[in-house]
Every structure is written in C-alpha cells, then in structure tokens.
Design a protein around this ligand. Sequence first.
Ligand code: SAM
Ligand code: SF4
Length: 335
Amino acid sequence: MTAPLIDPFQRAISYLRVSVTDRCDFRCVYCMSENMTFLPKKELLTLEELDRMCSTFIRLGVEKLRITGGEPLVRKGIMTFFQSMTRHLESGALSELTLTTNGSQLERFADDLFAAGVRRVNISLDTLDEQKFAEITRWGRLPQVIRGIDAAQRAGLRVKINTVALKGFNEDELFTLVEWCKSRDMDLTFIEVMPMGDIGNEDRLGQYWKLNDLRAELARHYTLTELSERSGGPARYVRLEETGQKIGFITPLTHNFCESCNRVRLTCTGELYMCLGQEDMADLRAPLRNNPASDAPLEDSIRAAISRKPKGHDFDYSRQTVDGRVTRHMSHTGG
Ligand code: SAM
Ligand code: SF4
C-alpha cells in the first residue's frame, strides 16, 4: 500500500486545492488589477495533465479536492475534468469534489456539476447591491450571479457564500447578508483581506475589516455560540442561536490556523505551494511532463515537497504595514 503524505509536523495531507486557470471574467479590486497579464496557454497543465496530477495525489491519500482559480468555470473544457474525477468519487478514494466560483457561469454548468458528483459549492459574493457589485468586481454583474445561485440550488447543490469583509464597503450590509443567506438556506463565511499580489492603487490596509470587529457587531444582534468544528483550514464557526445559522470566519491575520493545516495548493502551471502564505513551492510539471510513462518521479517530487511544508505563514498587519506579504495573486495560487 502507498504510504500517506505526512509532513514534518505530523500533519496528514488529505486536501488538495487546484487552481485550473489564472484567468477570470471578473476583476475584483482586492484580487486583481484591472489590466492583468495572464499566462500563455502552453504554460498551463492540460486537462489530461490535471487529471494525472490529481489522480496521483488521490493515490497518495488526498480525499478532498477543491477546484478553484481564477474562475474555474471559464477554463475551456473544464466539465470534462470534473467528469473524469467522478471515477474517484465512485471508487470511494475521493470523499468530496467541490469548487469555489464567482457564480457567473453556474447557470450553464450547475446541472453538469451535480451529475459529476459535486454536492457543495462555495460562491463568492461581497454585496447584494447591484451598483456596489459592479464596483467591487469591476466586470461582474449581480443578476447573472443570482441566476447562477438559483441554478445551483435547483440542481441540488448545497451553497456556501464567501464574503470578503471590506471596511467601508459592506459593513452596512452585514445583517442584510446574514438574513439573505438564512432566507435561502445557505451557509455564510466571512474572509479577511489577505496581502496577496499587486492590485494597483487599491489601499489594502484601508480595506482591512477585522473579523473580530465584525463578530462583535454580529454579537450585538444575535447570541453567538462557538462551534468546535474544524475543517483543517482557517475557518472557525459560530451558530446564531436566534436563526440556527452557522457563520464561518476565515481569519488568517488575527488567528493562526496553521497547526491543523491539512492542505496544499496546486497552481494551473503545476507549482505546488505547501503554504498559502509562503513563497516556497515545488515544480511538479517537469516530473509529470518529462515522464509520460511513469508517475514514480512525480510521486517522489510530491513527497519531497511535503517534507518541506512549513509550520505556518507570517502574515502580519499589526505594525500597520503589510508584513509577510506574498507577491503572487490569490488567483494564481487559488483562493
Ligand atoms: N473566482 C473564484 C471566486 O471568486 O470564488 C475562485 C477564486 S478566488 C481567488 C477565491 C476566493 O478568494 C474568493 O472568495 C475571493 O473573494 C477570495 N480572495 C481573492 N483575493 C483575496 C484577498 N486578497 N484576500 C482575501 N480573499 C481574497
Ligand atoms: Fe476573479 Fe475570484 Fe479573483 Fe474575483 S476573487 S477577480 S472572481 S478570481
């Protein structure tokens, strides 16, 4: 039997996030600059290479696969990839196949995703105001995303909304968003802005709305019960007693979630990042492409990379400068 992936801190790596493209049909201000230069197509792993890569990780013990980007659903032919992953769900090797999306293409793809075995989807949405939505995403349009959410729920997908907490932008919509998610039976998770990539003129410290403050605001209206549930990731959860809703907080800056980290991230060019907040990575494309007939060199490279997984990240806003920032965009590593 193949030995599972265990890092130097005895954390088992069972969760792989895969960015299948760096491209996107939106230009969210905290994520991208307006004029992005995207990678040439030949740099990207083909859909067949993505399959081989993911299948190797699954053989080494990865049980949960999250597809992200850029916007995963703008990658040409991506449904073929989802369909090819269905075999790992059917064999029981994979316990979950899921994705994070801006929702723009869900109207088209929700039924196919469900048919491929996807049962849950994270949809990013920061505001319910059409004008503000166009402002924050630059190129996105709210009605299209709402139609995507409708389609996802109709198809039977469980929806979780991810909202980036942005000072002076969606502070005033906190309760509207909570109530809207409740009315549609969707989970809701707030994310703190992270210092990733050059985003042009946007002021990152100005955007930073501490989730501790957001949480205190929630506690003025609701009774919050801390839940012990952990996903091996950065999210912490509370239940709102009045509504029964579960609300998540992703706070990489105010809390350290690294001790239970069970995940690694693969970019669309085959770079493996062992930590979202560190620059170290391993090139897995070369061992994959140079050895079409054997996965052994790829397996060796994966194991070598996992043996370098660092203890944690170094993001820090506390000195009022963005310390520990990483130069790549979130759309490169995959959110
Ligand atoms: N395009 C898809 C989407 O928007 O859901 C998937 C990729 S996106 C990079 C994944 C998540 O990262 C989104 O929820 C987005 O809001 C979040 N994100 C992007 N840039 C961020 C930043 N600088 N800090 C915190 N979250 C960020
Ligand atoms: Fe695109 Fe997602 Fe980044 Fe927005 S957050 S620009 S939707 S990749």
